[in-house]
Write a protein of this length. Sequence first.
Length: 111
Amino acid sequence: MIFYWMSVLDSIKTVSILFLILSSVGIVICIGVFCANSCWDEDDMALFKKFARVVTAVFAVSVLLVVFVPSEKTMTEMLIAKFATVENANWTLENVKNAVDYIVEAMKTLK
């Protein structure tokens, strides 16, 4: 289940990067239109200001998602770090030693 959610979060990060790129283009367009706003009437300008607010909000949310949603690689590293403790390493080492001792003893009995 955890690997499913890691994949979903990675997809969310990818989509948020796409929205970040699109909203960046929208912001550049908004800046260009605001600089040349003398040819627009009041109603068109009000509609465009609403569009600019939406584009800015999408940009802000996208930036937050890109920054705070970890990639699948990062989540895998965090998962490994959670379980890779000194106690687990010592336990694994002891079990490997026991397995090697068991194999050596089994080989001695075959002679």
